[in-house]
Ligand binder design. Structure first.
Ligand code: ADP
Length: 408
């Protein structure tokens, strides 16, 4: 019987999952898949460790109406497809650990209650993240479940970086800068340690540029702060989210334009960012391929805002030893990386154009500081490592590095 860990990353209409086999104290990727279009047009897709599609179903999924419906289907597929697989734990990506959790945690009844209390801090995400925990607890009582938080890594940021300039009572009530994409940051720092240990121990900025985008300042492996704040709306412009915006705009929209809170929320989360500014698409590939002025402006603004954030984070760090690009845009859009690096020449960044086209991993000129890297992120592997550790089964922070070069 092969022991395995299942990783679940649930959103409001999708559940992504990954399965790792425990090989000794090591993690070996077995499957990666997702349920998408839950509630509308569900699609179940799974690939194996070589990237070959092993499941692709649309029919017979009509009853999958919510993320919690997807969970038993995933387990049923695993049971029927991989006879001989014993699931020993489930690790979950949970967006919010609130002010309390600075580490992943084994979920029991009281913990689930505490995490439920953070739902108002991230109403669009937290409920969707917790539903599969309940579904697994109902279907497999006694199975170890671990919650890994996007906020936890940033809990080390100093108070001065966590407060808003509001009366202190709001901070005490939870209105503070949390920061997100922490699992990605942790993975990247561990991977950078293998490539450039001195830089990883120094002053690092990670640019996580996917559908959601954020940049984090990390010194000595610890977060000093993040461009995302109280919510995942702050900081850089994203696929459909606005990023940093003058709060006066929100007051104007509600007072003068008569928009409701729900309408403002919908605008800021779903119709802004690259999509809103370009009027074309939230997908960087579409914008790079377009000759429309809106696409150009959206790209120019995106690069401009990354440059401003980089300057601000480098100031917080007191300098810069390494810059890392990751996630969909960071890993694949050489043109965006090149523009950001050229604009950062004032920080000493010297781009190696050939290395950038080859996707590095090092894309700065040899011997030049700061070093610049492209490192594919792997949040699922990070969750699997934490889960393994909390099962009392792992030793090294870079556990499974050799075997876990999972396709993405
Ligand atoms: P998520 O935040 O949902 O995990 P990803 O990290 O997968 O998203 O990033 C998705 C985004 O990456 C896409 O919307 C697209 O804009 C961008 N992207 C993916 N591949 C490319 C590419 N080859 N060139 C430019 N952008 C890309």
């Amino acid at each position: 019987m092969i022991q395995a860990i299942v990783i679940l990353n649930a959103g409001s209409s999708s559940v992504k999952f990954a399965v790792f086999a425990l090989a000794g104290g090591d993690l070996r990727p077995l499957y990666r898949g997702h349920f998408e279009g839950i509630g509308t047009d569900p699609h179940f897709l799974v690939s194996d460790a070589d990237g070959a599609t092993v499941a692709d179903e649309r029919d017979s999924l009509a009853k999958v109406a919510s993320p919690e419906d997807a969970v038993p289907r995933i387990f049923a597929w695993l049971g029927s497809h991989s006879a001989g697989l014993e699931v020993v734990a489930v690790g979950h990506r949970v967006v919010h650990g609130g002010p309390v959790y600075s580490e992943p945690v084994v979920v029991d009844g009281p913990t689930l209650e505490a995490l439920t209390a953070f739902e108002p801090l991230a109403p669009l995400h937290q409920r969707a993240n917790l539903a599969p925990i309940r579904a697994v607890a109902a279907a497999r009582p006694g199975l170890t479940q671990v919650a890994c938080f996007d906020t936890a890594f940033h809990r080390t940021a100093p108070l001065v970086a966590q407060v808003y300039a509001l009366p202190r009572e709001y901070f005490d009530a939870g209105v503070r800068r949390y920061g997100f994409h922490g699992l990605s940051c942790e993975y990247i720092i561990a991977a950078l340690e293998a490539l450039d240990p001195a830089a990883a121990a120094g002053r690092v900025v990670i640019a996580h540029l996917g559908n959601g985008c954020s940049m984090a300042a990390i010194r000595g492996g610890h977060s000093l702060g993040d461009t995302m704040g109280f919510s995942v709306l702050d900081g850089l412009p994203m696929g459909t989210r606005c990023g940093q915006i003058d709060p006066g705009v929100l007051i104007y929209l509600m007072q003068q334009r008569g928009m409701t809170v729900d309408q403002v929320e919908d605008l800021l989360y779903h119709h802004s960012g690259l999509k809103g500014l370009s009027g074309i698409s939230n997908d960087m590939r579409d914008l790079l391929a377009s000759d429309q002025p809106g696409a150009q402006l959206a790209i120019d603004h995106f690069v401009y805002r990354i440059g401003r954030a980089l300057g601000s984070l480098a100031a917080a760090l007191g300098g810069l030893d390494a810059l890392v690009f990751t996630a969909g845009i960071g890993e694949h859009a050489a043109e965006i990386r090149a523009r950001v690096c050229r604009d950062a020449a004032w920080l000493g960044v010297a781009l190696d154009e050939d290395a950038n086209r080859r996707r590095g991993p090092r894309i700065s000129e040899e011997g030049h500081a700061p070093s610049v890297w492209v490192i594919p992120t792997n949040e699922e592997l990070m969750i699997a490592r934490h889960t393994l550790r909390l099962l009392g089964r792992s030793s090294s922070p870079r556990q499974g590095e050799a075997t876990a070069a999972v396709h993405r």
